[in-house]
Design a protein around this ligand. Structure first.
Ligand code: NAP
Length: 243
């Protein structure tokens, strides 16, 4: 029997990452959960997943990320899920360098820091894979002014995925672009926004985190062994209907 693979899921204290971690544990992975801070939520997730390992670091901090990951031992699957974004821009003049740089530091550089730290080890083993969590907004034709700089950061995540898949064929690199998902990120949405999203989605509803986690764990599995360098939209059909 093959020994279980080790999976690191960044940003798994809550939201989509937490569900990925729970479902990965149920599938028999050695699960490493992660948060930016040693929060109540992270510790709660740690307790809920017996046998999981907990790690805490800010992915935008390159030395902290490298140091923390070096202590974890070999990692077979990296899910770059941690991310953040600012929304609500109404005019180009609303773009601030502060918000744009924060999104770039976390979503783009944070993703790269984690990959830099795990890749040398992955290149020495078999069946390793990286799954980056992008966004529907990262698809240039679906980007909107409201989350302009977040969209730009997620477009970069998709570009990074494809470039690294070509550069390092031994490791599979894929990304998943969720549509609108019921997590803390959704708490800012007004009833009008909820309605607009539902109307714009063929599925007629917002996604549950389980529906994103399922695709991510499929991409991590050997059943997805022929899938690399791609981005998969899990958006309930928003990309072709939209509003
Ligand atoms: N929800 C949606 O509708 C949606 C749609 C498309 C794409 N996405 C993407 O899906 C991913 C997960 O989203 P979510 O809604 O589940 O997020 P969430 O509930 O807001 O959770 C974010 C997670 O990321 C961690 N994190 C944030 N900044 C970090 C940093 N600098 N260093 C380390 N960890 C950091 C947080 O850790 P702490 O708890 O310690 O802060 C938390 O665990 C993100 O990449 C997001 O952009 C979400």
């Amino acid at each position: 029997m093959n020994s279980p693979q080790t999976i690191l899921i960044t940003g798994s204290s809550r939201g989509i990452g937490k569900v990925i971690a729970q479902n990965a544990a149920a599938k028999g992975y050695n699960v490493i959960i992660h948060g930016r801070t040693d929060s109540k939520e992270l510790n709660q997730t740690h307790q809920e997943i017996p046998g999981s390992t907990k790690t805490v670091f800010d992915i935008s901090d390159r030395p902290a990320t490298h140091q923390a990951i070096a202590k974890l031992g070999p990692i077979d699957v990296l899910v770059n899920n941690a991310g953040m974004g600012h929304a609500g821009l109404k005019d180009i003049s609303d773009v601030t360098d502060e918000h744009a740089l924060e999104e770039y530091s976390v979503n783009v550089l944070g993703t790269l820091h984690c990959i830099q730290a795990v890749l040398p080890g992955m290149l020495k083993r078999e069946n390793c894979s990286v799954i980056n969590v992008a966004s529907i907004k990262g698809h240039a034709n679906l980007a909107t002014l409201s989350s302009l700089t977040y969209a730009a950061s997620k477009t970069s995540v998709i570009a990074i995925t494809k470039a690294l898949a070509k550069a390092y064929p031994k490791v599979r690199f894929n990304s998943v672009s969720p549509g609108y998902v019921e997590t803390d990120m959704a708490t800012d949405w007004s009833p009008d926004t909820y309605e607009r999203i539902k109307q714009g989605t063929i599925a007629g509803r917002i996604a549950q985190p389980e529906e994103i986690a399922g695709m991510i764990l499929f991409l991590a599995s050997t059943e997805a062994g022929y899938i690399t360098g791609t981005d998969i939209l899990v958006d309930g059909g928003y990309a072709i209907k939209g509003k």
